[in-house]
Structure formats: C-alpha cells, structure tokens
Design a protein around this ligand. Structure first.
Ligand code: UDP
Length: 402
C-alpha cells in the first residue's frame, strides 16, 4: 500500500468526527488498537448487490483506516446453487414450502467447493447469512467463528431452522439484527443493527441540478412529483404492492413512479421478478434495472418527493436508512428492522396495506411542509444511530468477547 493510499484510509475514520464527535472516534480507535495484529475475515456470497455487499464494501476500508487487518472473501456457486440458497433465504424469512433432499445436497456441496476460502490465519471468521453457513464444516485453525445473519427471522420456517441449527451450534457466537430474530441455538448471540457509510458516492449530498441531470439521462420526467422504490426485485419488497399503491394514489394526485432495482449475483429470482414487473410499465410508471448506477440511486433518493420501501419482511432495510439520511419523506412497511428506523409520523410513515400506503402518498404529495419536517427528523435519526462507525464499534465489542 502506498503512503497516499494509507493517508486516504487513515482519514476515513477521522471523517466521522464532525458527525459523531471526537470522543466517539477516539473510543473506537482504542477498541481497534486492542485487536491489532489479529486478522478478521468476512465471508459472504456476493461482492455485488444487496445490503451485505454494500456494508462490506465500506466496512473493510473503514477497518483498514483503524489499522485492522481485515479481509473480505466470497464463496462461489455452481449450477443451481444460488437458486437453492435463495430458496433457503425465502424459507428463513417465512416463505412456504421446504427443501428437497437434492436441494440440501446441492447446498451442502458448497462447503467442499469453497473450503479454500477460509483463511486459517484469521483470528475471527465472520460468516454472513445462510449461503456460506456450512463453511463451519471445514473449521480448523485457531480462529473464532461468528455467524452474522441479516435476515428477518420473525416468522422463520422451523423445519429448515432445525436442519441448519447443528451448523449454527458449532459457531462461537451469532449476531442477529434484532432480538426478535434470534432462534434456538447454542452460541451466545449479540444484536447489531446495520448502518450506512455517509461518504460513498451514493450517500453524499447531490445538488438538485445534478439530480435532475441524472434522471434526465434515463428519460425520467420531473414535471410531476416523483415517488420511488429502489430495491432488488424480490417478493419480500412487495414490488407489485408499490405499483398498486401508486395507481390508487394517482386517482387523487398525479405523479411519476420509478421502481429501480439491480440484480444481485446470488439472487437469480430477481431477473424473473423484474421480467414479470415489466407489464406494469406505462408513461408514468418506470420499471428499471439500472440500479448499479450509484449516481442514479443517489439522484432518486435525494430528489424524489417520497421514497417508498413497502417491504413485507425486511431484516433492516438500508434503502430506508439511505433515504432518511438524504432528508426524504419515507413511507415503509411496518415490519422487521424498518420499525427500528422509522417512528410513525415522526420521521416517516409506516404502512401495512396497499390502501394505507396510497393514503400516505396522497397526504405527503399534498403537504410539502410535512415532507420537509419528516425528512429533517429522518436525517437526524441516521446521524445519531445508523452510521457505519457505530456498526464497526459494536462488531469490535463482539470480537473482543467471542
Ligand atoms: N441498491 C442499489 N441499487 C438498486 C437496489 C438496491 O444500489 O437498484 C442498494 C441499496 O442502495 C442498498 C442495498 O442495495 O444499499 C440494499 O440493501 P437493503 O438492506 O435495503 O436490502 P437487501 O437487498 O439487502 O435485502
């Protein structure tokens, strides 16, 4: 690493000082110093797409800026491997059905295929979500193993959990986003809510003119109010419910709806759902898969009159955090981690039906002062509780104890 790179990284943690204060930055530095010389390895299923990749992309450089020896690796899958792991994801979030024996064998074959991924020198191996959970089968070395589950397990499929539990039991520690998600398992658990990096291109302030320019590049009109949902195309994000709510609201207030998504490497279901959603396109309904363009995501999150996240299950919902940080009026599903970000009527609205979502869209589109008030409160919520340095500090506490 060149001095220049090191300088840029060293500045990363210090950039938080104006947001969280010098005392917090110093406290995190002291905690990081206690782990000096110990390697931390994160392992997940994709470098690209979805909240876990989003977090790790920022967490690793932030850890480096604190002098930590952190690395990030991903598992690979062959054939229908990620079809099966998406099935596991859906079942764990409460979906119907079960895994066939063939599915199970395909899933477990991932352990042998990926056994070279684990760094035997790592003092902490942190495995994210169910896709690489089975890596524990090849456990050797002296490292402590932590399983970090980001899913909403409120109503999980008990049969599948019983099948996974023997593997979970072999970990030293588990981390869930909320106590409500924890499941019967032997290792002690911690609870850590995710967070965003305020310094990425996606989350930095974008002037109105630049926002308009990015929207114009994609032919998105700004003559009417814009409402948007930016999410993977996934049944738990209720994309169809968003279109229905927008159509109901349009009977009262004209607006443009932009549904923007990207396709994660470990989510083969996304392309199918995107294809299915295309039938809803009309001159005021944009269904787009250009969500890898961070400038477009930022432009929409920074300039939309309303940001929706009408999820029916949501481990946390970084998209909600991102929109709150940009001072938007947010309407989101009253589920999972979202209810820990939004206090209904204070910094956004929580909804649980298409009709209530439509009613809030109409109310907010008619009331710019209300949008402004909720948005300002939302930004403060994120500054206080959902910035990445807090997440890193809580993980350091777990590593110290694991
Ligand atoms: N995202 C994106 N483009 C898209 C859709 C999502 O960049 O088209 C990002 C989004 O900004 C957020 C992450 O992917 O940072 C999604 O995280 P979230 O927790 O909301 O949902 P997940 O996909 O993990 O279920």
């Amino acid at each position: 690493m060149s001095d220049g790179e090191r300088g840029a990284e060293v500045s990363a943690v210090d950039r938080y000082e104006p947001l969280v204060g010098a005392a917090v930055v110093e406290r995190v530095k002291a905690k990081a110093a206690r782990l000096a010389g110990k390697r931390l390895q994160h392992i997940n299923a994709t470098k690209h797409g979805g909240g876990v990749a989003e977090i790790l992309l920022s967490l690793i450089p932030l850890a480096h800026s604190l002098g930590l020896d952190a690395r990030w690796d991903v598992i690979t899958g062959e054939g229908d491997y990620f079809e099966v792991t998406k099935k596991i994801h859906n079942l764990l979030q409460g979906g119907e059905g079960g895994l066939s024996d063939d599915d199970w064998h395909l899933y477990m074959s991932g352990a042998a295929r990926n056994d070279g991924v684990v760094d035997d020198e790592a003092a902490i191996v942190m495995v994210h979500d169910p896709q690489p959970l089975h890596l524990i089968d090849g456990r050797n070395g002296q490292g402590r193993w932590v399983w970090r589950c980001h899913l909403d397990l409120t109503d999980t499929n008990a049969g599948l959990w019983e099948r996974l539990a023997p593997m979970v039991d072999r970990y030293d520690h588990t981390i869930f986003s909320l106590p409500a998600y924890s499941q019967p398992a032997k290792p002690p658990s911690s609870f850590i809510l995710p967070a965003i990096d305020p310094f990425t291109p996606k989350n930095q302030a974008m002037p109105a003119e630049e926002c308009r320019r990015h929207l114009a590049r994609y032919g998105i009109p700004t003559d009417l109010p814009v409402i948007t949902q930016i999410s993977r195309f996934d049944p738990w994000k209720d994309p169809q419910g968003v279109v229905e709510a927008s159509r109901l609201a349009r009977k009262e207030v004209e607006h443009t709806l932009v549904m923007l998504g990207n396709l994660a490497d470990d989510d083969p279901e996304g392309a199918r759902i995107f294809g299915d959603m295309e039938r809803f396109r009309d001159e005021r309904t944009f269904i787009m898969a250009d969500g890898d363009d961070a400038d477009l995501v930022n432009a929409l999150q920074s300039s939309a009159d309303i940001v929706l996240q009408k999820s029916i299950r949501e481990g946390f919902g970084l998209t909600v955090t991102e929109a709150l940080w940009k001072g938007r009026a947010v309407i989101a599903g009253k589920v999972g981690g979202i209810v820990h970000q939004i206090e209904d009527g204070t910094n956004g609205f929580l909804v649980d039906t298409v009709e209530s979502c439509a009613a809030r869209i109409v109310e907010l589109l008619r009331d710019p002062d209300l949008r402004e008030r909720l948005g300002a409160a939302g930004r403060e919520t994120v500054r206080e509780r959902f910035l990445l340095l807090r997440l890193l500090e809580e993980e350091l506490d777990v590593f110290a104890a694991a």
